[in-house]
Design a protein around this ligand. Structure first.
Ligand SMILES: Cc1cc2nc3c(=O)[nH]c(=O)nc-3n(C[C@H](O)[C@H](O)[C@H](O)COP(=O)(O)OP(=O)(O)OC[C@H]3O[C@@H](n4cnc5c(N)ncnc54)[C@H](O)[C@@H]3O)c2cc1C
Length: 406
């Protein structure tokens, strides 16, 4: 456990956190979940997002535990919130261009900052937590120091960033992405787009001083005036959905290596073929993460690698820090692998790396097989429209047999 974080870093600790939280996942969650007592206060939500993000525990794990304790009716709000994550991931999966466009925008906008002194000043003050807006400045420090913010805080933060400080949402999303321990290409990018009205046409989120005072239990006074209106950002082009590629299947007869990434640190719970002779991980999460985010991701990866290695009775190995093709090819050659299995990675840096790696391995006669969890396989194709039509998939997810959900 890293001393500087209150978030579970191993599957055992994440399951213990889930166990402790479950009594609160019913009515208490529905009533209190928007309240935020701050980093030193009692949490009203599970604080499991960093663990779920890297699948130390899965959406299926947490939803099953909540429904078992409260029934679907009692746990409905919690289940829905978990399914927002699944929905965003499935939505972005079908529109990867939104992710690449955001990355390009950030590069372009950071370069533009040099030419616009006024804009640069507001941006620098925002990043330093020196805007004079008490809640916003405190949240900047909380994010940098703890790597986490409450959901309602994220909504208010993004709204103040865009509508009061008049800074581009893309740079706010980049600030979050650098620091959040749960930083997720889908939930983060689409969460920011939702606040400025790019996800739900014309619907924006306006932060309100009275609500911030109330939900923070009066910790903030919010005396600096906030924007009074939140006009939707000019609509951008949303590409038509590309249905997810069919799930891949491993060949049980091939000499196989298991490869753990930071996208899914629970490979031993997948249905794995018999001839696994090597297990490795790569310490890379892409982007330029803040040091705490990097350390937390590495601790989770180490736990995932050790669990997989213990389960298979193999020595855990590390390959090059940047998925370097040569290091992966060497690893495959050393173990005479014909197949490497990993978990399917949704849109983001790890998927980009796997996409580039697959043909290099194929040239050596090694297949890269990305196993998709049943939860994703059922949900992703149905995330092509809005969240409300997507909700129809929730009973199907809950009805998946436990073995398929492992
Ligand atoms: C601008 C913005 C950016 C965000 N960026 C991220 C991000 O990068 N990564 C991320 O995991 N979440 C993100 N969220 C969603 C949400 O704020 C966090 O998931 C939540 O605060 C995590 O706290 P918790 O684990 O205590 O959640 P709980 O309330 O206990 O919920 C359980 C789980 O459900 C999921 N979840 C809950 N609420 C949401 C939501 N509104 N959207 C998507 N998933 C949700 C999370 O996996 C969470 O761990 C963002 C929201 C906004 C408004």
């Amino acid at each position: 456990m890293l001393p500087e974080t209150r978030f579970p870093l191993s599957r055992a600790d994440a399951l213990a956190r889930l166990h402790d939280f479950i009594p609160l996942a019913g009515r208490a969650y529905a009533v209190r979940r928007n309240h935020d007592a701050g980093p030193g206060g009692t949490a009203t939500t599970s604080l499991l997002s960093p663990a779920i993000r890297r699948r130390l525990v899965s959406e299926a794990d947490v939803v099953a535990a909540a429904v078992a304790a409260h029934g679907f009716g009692g746990a409905e709000k919690f289940v829905q919130e978990v399914c927002w994550r699944t929905y965003w991931v499935g939505w972005l999966q079908q529109r990867p261009e939104i992710w690449t466009r955001w990355q390009a925008d950030v590069v372009r906008m950071e370069a533009m900052l040099a030419d616009d002194g006024k804009w640069q000043r507001r941006y620098t003050q925002a990043l330093a937590g020196q805007t004079g807006i008490d809640c916003f400045d405190a949240w900047v420090h909380e994010l940098a120091e703890t790597g986490w913010l409450h959901n309602h805080v994220r909504m208010s933060f993004a709204s103040i960033w865009c509508f009061t400080l008049r800074l581009p949402w893309q740079l706010g999303a980049a600030f979050f992405y650098r620091h959040l321990l749960d930083a997720c290409p889908a939930s983060n990018t689409l969460g920011w787009r939702w606040v400025v009205g790019l996800q739900t046409a014309g619907k924006t989120y306006l932060a309100r001083a009275d609500l911030i005072r109330d939900l923070s239990g009066g910790r903030f006074r919010v005396e600096t005036p906030l924007a009074r209106e939140a006009p939707p950002w000019p609509a951008d082009m949303i590409p038509p959905p590309i249905p997810p590629a069919p799930a891949m299947v491993a060949d049980p007869d091939l000499r196989t290596g298991l490869f753990v990434t930071t996208e899914d640190t629970c490979l031993e719970t997948l249905s794995l073929p018999g001839r696994i002779v090597a297990v490795a991980a790569t310490p890379d999460i892409g982007g330029t993460p803040a040091p705490l985010k990097q350390r937390v991701a590495m601790a989770m990866l180490a736990d995932g690698l050790d669990r997989a290695a213990t389960r298979l009775g193999l020595a855990p190995e590390r390959v090059d820090a940047t998925f370097g093709f040569e290091a992966m090819r060497d690893w495959a050659a050393r173990h005479r692998l014909a197949q490497i299995i990993t978990a399917d990675a949704p849109v983001g840096p790890v998927k980009d790396r796997l996409d580039a790696l697959a043909p290099a391995l194929a040239a050596d006669g090694v297949a890269l097989v990305r196993l998709r969890r049943a939860w994703d396989d059922v949900a992703w194709p149905r995330a092509s429209k809005g969240f409300f039509p997507f909700k129809a998939v929730i009973p199907k997810l809950l009805a998946l047999p436990p073995a398929a959900l492992a």
